[in-house]
Write a protein that binds this ligand. Structure first.
Ligand SMILES: Cc1ncc(COP(=O)(O)O)c(C=O)c1O
Length: 377
C-alpha cells in the first residue's frame, strides 16, 4: 500500500474501528503496515536529509502506537518524567535538561535567547544552517569561519572573531554537511580561551555514529565543568524519529533557566514522549542502528573509491564528496532520476552530500551517479 495521508487515515481509522471491539488505540500491526508499505514507482529515494532510512525500532513503534489514546491530554506529567529519564541517562540532575521540538528548537532558543542586534554569532562554514538563520532573526551579525583543510573547525580563526560582544558560538560535531569531527582536545583548549560571557553550543546530533572515531569524545559522555556549554542532541538520527520532533539540551541550570522561557509551551507531543522512553531503553535497537550505519558507510566508501572518488572521512550517517561538477546540476540530475541528495553548501560548490540509505537505495544512487558525464580533478 503506498504511503499517503489518505492511507494513513484509512489504516489509522481501521485501527480505531477494530479497537472499538477489541483494544484501543491503533494496533501495532496497523502501524507496522504503514512502516513496511512498499515504495511506489514514483516515490523518490530520499538521501537528502540525513534521516534514518530504517525508522524507529519495533519497540519504539509499539510504544508510540499504544500512546494514541493519550492524545487528548497535555503530556505534562510525562514531560517531567522524560526530562528526568534523559538526565539519568547522562548522570545529571533534571534542572540541566531542556526538551525541544527537535534539536532545531534548542538551536532556536539558544540564538533568540542569547543574541541581539549589535552582538556577534560565530560558526564554521559550511555547517548546519539553523543556528545562523535564527541568529540573523535575532538581529546579530554572523561570522562564518571556513573549516580547516581537514574539514575540522578552525578554532584559532574562530577565536580571532570572538570577543566580549559574542554571546554565542556554534560548533557542530560531527559537522553537518562534511561528516568530519573536531577533536576533543582542541575543543577543550578552545572553550578554555572563550571570554567569560560567551556560550558555546556543541551540536552532537550525529554523536552515536562517531563514537568509534579517533579524537571524538562527547561533552555529555565526558562532561567538563563549564557553565558556558550547551550540548544538544536529537532523537531524529540514531533513533529514527525525525518526523516525531524531539531533541534536548544539557547545560548548567542557570543557562537552562535563562533559555526555558523561549521554548514553545507543550513543545513535545504525547506520542514522541512515549517513543523516547522506549528508544532509550532499547539498547539493542540503538546498537543495530549504529551497526547498519557503519556497514552503509563502509560500502559507500568502497563504491566511491572504486570510482576514484575521495569522500571526506565520515563520522556520521552521510558523506560528502567532490564530484568535480557544479553541484546544482548534479543535484538536478539525481532529482530527474528520482533520487534526492543533499542541498548545495557553499563554498563547497562541487561537493554533494549523500545520506546513507538502504542497500537497494544506495545501489540506485550509484547507478544514477554512473550516468553523469565523468570528470576528474
Ligand atoms: C547538525 C544538526 N543539528 C540539528 C539538526 C536538527 O535536528 P532535529 O531538529 O530533527 O532534532 C540537524 C538535522 O539534520 C542537524 O544536521
Amino acid at each position: 500500500m503506498p504511503f499517503s495521508r489518505r492511507n494513513f487515515l484509512r489504516v489509522a481509522g481501521a485501527g480505531v474501528a477494530a479497537g472499538a471491539v477489541t483494544s484501543l488505540p491503533l494496533s501495532a500491526t496497523a502501524f507496522r503496515s504503514l512502516k513496511t508499505a512498499p515504495r511506489t514507482a514514483a516515490a523518490p529515494i530520499r538521501l537528502d536529509s540525513n534521516e534514518n532510512a530504517y525508522g524507529p525500532s519495533q519497540k519504539v513503534i509499539e510504544a508510540m502506537s499504544s500512546a494514541f489514546n493519550t492524545a487528548n491530554r497535555y503530556p505534562r506529567h510525562e514531560y517531567a518524567e522524560l526530562a528526568q529519564r534523559i538526565a539519568d541517562m547522562h548522570g545529571v540532575k533534571a534542572d540541566r535538561v531542556l526538551l525541544g521540538c527537535g534539536s532545531s528548537e534548542i538551536l532556536r532558543v539558544a540564538a533568540v535567547g542569547l543574541l541581539a542586534p549589535g552582538k556577534r554569532f560565530v560558526q564554521a562554514s559550511p555547517t548546519f544552517e539553523t543556528s545562523e538563520r535564527f541568529a540573523k532573526l535575532a538581529g546579530a551579525e554572523v561570522a562564518s569561519i571556513p573549516l580547516d583543510p581537514r574539514f575540522a573547525h578552525d578554532l584559532d580563526a574562530m577565536l580571532a572573531h570572538i570577543d566580549a560582544s559574542t554571546p554565542l558560538v556554534y560548533v557542530c560535531n560531527p559537522n553537518n554537511p562534511t561528516g568530519s569531527i573536531t577533536s576533543r582536545d582542541a575543543l577543550e583548549v578552545f572553550i578554555s580561551k572563550l571570554p567569560k560571557g560567551t556560550t558555546v553550543v556543541i551540536d552532537e546530533a550525529y554523536h552515536h555514529f562517531a563514537t568509534q572515531s579517533a579524537g571524538y569524545s562527547s561533552f555529555l559522555d565526558r562532561p567538563i565543568d563549564d557553565g558556558r556549554l550547551i550540548v544538544s542532541r536529537t532523537f531524529s538520527k540514531v533513533y529514527g524519529l525525525a518526523g516525531m520532533r524531539l531533541g534536548y539540551a544539557i547545560a548548567a541550570p542557570k543557562l537552562i533557566a535563562q533559555l526555558r522561557p523561549y521554548i514553545t509551551p507543550e513543545n513535545v507531543n504525547a506520542l514522541v514522549l512515549h517513543a523516547a522512553f522506549a528508544a532509550m531503553d532499547d539498547d539493542q535497537g540503538v546498537r543495530e542502528s549504529v551497526e547498519r550505519n557503519a556497514d552503509a558507510r563502509h560500502e559507500f566508501f568502497t563504491q566511491a573509491t572504486a570510482r576514484m572518488l575521495n569522500p571526506i572521512a565520515s563520522c556520521a550517517n552521510f558523506a560528502m564528496m567532490d564530484v568535480h561538477h557544479p553541484v546544482d546540476g548534479v543535484i538536478e540530475h539525481f532529482r530527474k532520476n528520482n533520487v534526492w541528495i543533499g542541498r548545495h553548501f557553499p563554498p563547497l560548490n562541487t561537493y554533494i552530500r549523500v545520506s546513507f540509505g538502504k542497500p537497494r537505495e544506495m545501489q540506485e544512487f550509484w547507478r544514477v551517479y554512473d550516468l553523469l558525464p565523468q570528470k576528474t580533478a
